[in-house]
Write a protein that binds this ligand. Sequence first.
Ligand code: C2E
Ligand code: CA
Ligand code: CA
Length: 617
Amino acid sequence: MTVCNPQKDKIIIVAEHDSVSAQQIISTLTSNGFSDIRHVNSGEKIYEILRPFHDQPERIGLIVLNDSLPKCQLLEMSQSLSCATDGSVIPFVILRSSDSADSAAYLEQCQSEASSCLTYQISTPVDPQLLLLSINFLMRLKQERFLRHQQEEQLINELASKSVIEAKLKFLVAHDELTGLFNRNSFERQLRLIMNLSNKLKKEGALLFIDVDRFSLINELEGFDVGDRLLVELTILIRKLVPTSNLFARIGADEFCLFLENKTKKQAYIVAETIRTTVENFRFFTGEICYSASVSIGITALDNSMPAQHPGEMILHSRQACNFAKINGRDKIRIYNQEDIAIKERRRDIYWVPIIRKALRENDMFLMFQPVVQLNNGDISHYEVLIRMRGDEGKTITPDQFIPVAERMGLIHAIDLWVVENAIDFLAALPSYMSRISLAINLSGTAFQYPDLLQVIRDKLELTWVDAGRLTFEITETAAVDNFERTRDMINKIRDLGCKFALDDFGAGFCSFNYLKTFPVDYVKIDGQFIKNLDNNETDQILVKSMVEIAGKLGKKTIAEFVETPNIALKLKEIGVNLGQGYAFGRPERTLLDSHQVSLAILLNSQKRRPIDTEFL
Ligand code: C2E
Ligand code: CA
Ligand code: CA
């Protein structure tokens, strides 16, 4: 019998410690046309084979695995590899030679209808025909899953026009354009794999977060071209100091991440010290002038005493350590220490918590309103509501000072509810000639974890008779991270009331396009970082165009935030962005001032409007 399978050049791993059985399986496979068979006799070795193919998962055909293979966590391995829902899935044919309760239970679970794991079990001694049939069957399923995933990706790509999407992909998905290093996205992906493997194989490794000191100074003094050249030269310099196999990425303007494999914290410190001194001795020439540079480095290790759960957290820890190095005078190295960070945060939290509680209790919060303008005619579409806290001596405290603490200390939900109730009260108190005014309210990332949000909105709208269509809720991607289904469900229920939704800070995260596809939102609010320099940054223009195109195809309106100049407003209008918000139109104010500037209004063919003067809060 021959296996009718077009994929016989794929790698088949035969993980079987019984040499007689292994030989029999290999000869069955060889005589049926499989050309790349790799035999291993322990669980560890499987990972060694998989590792070089982490970015070409389709090269691995399947794993035939004896369930009592030495050094093998059957459940963990097959669960992580065979249950992936995309093309990276690796099917398992499990040879049942033992009857351990957990492996039986797991296999049952894998083969239940609800499971997406590509696992099939056959008992030993192996029946060659049954083996071939199962391999054939599983590899077809894998191929199908791979094709389906490819089609989904294609669909996203097709949503944007070719040239735009190419530029977007080049920028967002692949490498960093300037240095040729990995960008943050690919770095995180690869780091995830390393962390998984290291965890299983108990290997060491350390992450260096390298930040160029006072980089903005070079940019300001010499311009962006020279700044870019410095980054490239530093990249080359650092690259030479470590083996090329180590992951190296540029993850921010002047921030680099370097993963040192098989290095302990102490060894990583020595490498970091070499990098630090090499950069310190490096001289950078531009025209007649010679600059010296320095870097601050934070280190975190794959360490059982304070393990990072995922790559994002590991990067965060190394960044926090790097910030401490900077606070301590720059040109320094610091190893991540949970205590440092915790003490600093705890001190800040202890200071702020009673202040926030008191402000909520005594209504020492107030709302400000910033106009969002239609770019085709300059009319105000609605206002974004932005919270402020009253500080001592008439000072105003901005949300960046208290919202993160409130999020950490569980006070954010009370703030969200306070804003919702006060914003609706505000609308209710407007005179009837202003009954068309509508507001956009920010909700925190955790807002949907509390079921009472829906009730509060519904009750307040009923009580005040305010039309639900006058409310838009701005949410960010983080809202969905913890519980995607619940978030979507809640959004739908609030939309059923008649409210609208906007996806805020669009483009700032790495999954924005995916979220957009699945979130029922009406507006996409393009993150300010793409807008601020739009008029003289071609990449930003290409990115914004692509966002507009994709949002348009999905039937959503676009809003650009941080519109700071008339030129940017015009450029946005030309690109086809629907709405704009930013200092060019008006800063957040206590009142609903119709504050867009005359010149801008003329520019956008709008008629000058009478200021609406209200002081309600
Ligand atoms: P966000 O939702 O992205 O709000 C936009 C921020 O950009 C606001 O800062 C706004 O004042 C500022 N901004 C507006 N136009 C411009 C501009 O042209 N240039 C620049 N550079 N900035 C501009 P703000 O009010 O300090 O709010 C900061 C963040 O705090 C908000 O970011 C939002 O995430 C959060 N926040 C504000 N109000 C609330 C609230 O009521 N509830 C919750 N949960 N979060 C809020
Ligand atoms: Ca917002
Ligand atoms: Ca925003």
